[in-house]
Design a protein around this ligand. Sequence first.
Ligand SMILES: NC(=O)c1ccc[n+]([C@@H]2O[C@H](COP(=O)([O-])OP(=O)(O)OC[C@H]3O[C@@H](n4cnc5c(N)ncnc54)[C@H](O)[C@@H]3O)[C@@H](O)[C@H]2O)c1
Length: 315
Amino acid sequence: MMTLHLALKPSRVISPSRIWLGATRFNVQGCKGFGTTHIQRSGKIPFQHTELSTKARKLVESKISLDGKVTVITGGSRGIGLELAKTAAALGSDIAILDVREPDESIAQLQEAYGSRFVFHQMDVTSMDGMEAAFDKVVQKLGKINNCVTCAGIALDKPFLEHTWDESRRILDINILGSFFSAQLAARQMIKQGDGGSIVMIASIAAHCAIPAQRVSIYGASKGAIKLLGKTLAVEMAPFNVRVNTISPGFIETKMSAQFEDIQEVFRSVPPMRRIGQAEDLALATAYLLGNGASYTTGADIAVTGGLHNGRIEL
Ligand SMILES: NC(=O)c1ccc[n+]([C@@H]2O[C@H](COP(=O)([O-])OP(=O)(O)OC[C@H]3O[C@@H](n4cnc5c(N)ncnc54)[C@H](O)[C@@H]3O)[C@@H](O)[C@H]2O)c1
């Protein structure tokens, strides 16, 4: 039996569904324990906490900690964005949620639960003026921007032959231009501050392949653009130590995926891992990309799809 638990910042919680007050716990399958590192093999003395293991643990903690950082999350009012906001807060970051809609959870309660500063500004990613004003307000209120997660997005499931100009234009405006200019505003502020930063753009499995049972051609095109932007911006921003990476979620259980009522069974059965993903399945991929541990990672895409982006053996 092996136990590996990293005690990060006391009194942080990583998810409301798992209230771990006292310490943030990362469970490794088949492991148990708390706050210490134990490796037990049959017939052997349990692994003792040593000076070296304490040092090593502190090193890992420092690489994942977001203490003292400010993270902006577009589309952070619900679903994946809200979960990633909580993840960053659990790791010590102050949080700015920028979204066209009010958050599903109270900002005051989030602040109290996570012990980080949370602010919300209403912002529509299709308005450049509105975005500039919102990013300015973040800097006024929280002092700086170190990380940005571009999560605001909409989907359209419709046959290619029936897509209209206006609805297709709207997908591209929100998903591509909204993410592109959010990243630009964040990068400008990071460059002004002079100490780099991390931008994580949320793409999709639709950027990798056609999605079983969904007709999301223009949505897929918009997410393909995000995946490529992750690479081109990574190269252009590298001299400023601003890292840009993307995450491609598979089917994730949120209000967005819930609107596709007739294919819920597909979401649950077609991924090779045989389940729909949860927003928290994206948490540690995001934490990695935001943290100093990823200081040499830029232009990467992490596909969190239950294996679906690789294909399927069965129908
Ligand atoms: N849920 C999935 O299965 C899935 C899979 C792959 C990728 N994604 C992507 O993840 C991201 C989040 O998806 P979700 O499932 O949490 O969806 P969601 O609908 O629950 O959340 C999307 C958020 O974006 C905000 N938003 C929409 N239009 C906006 C605008 N014009 N300006 C500002 N904010 C706006 C919404 O208000 C909402 O809070 C999206 O980019 C989506 O494309 C989701």
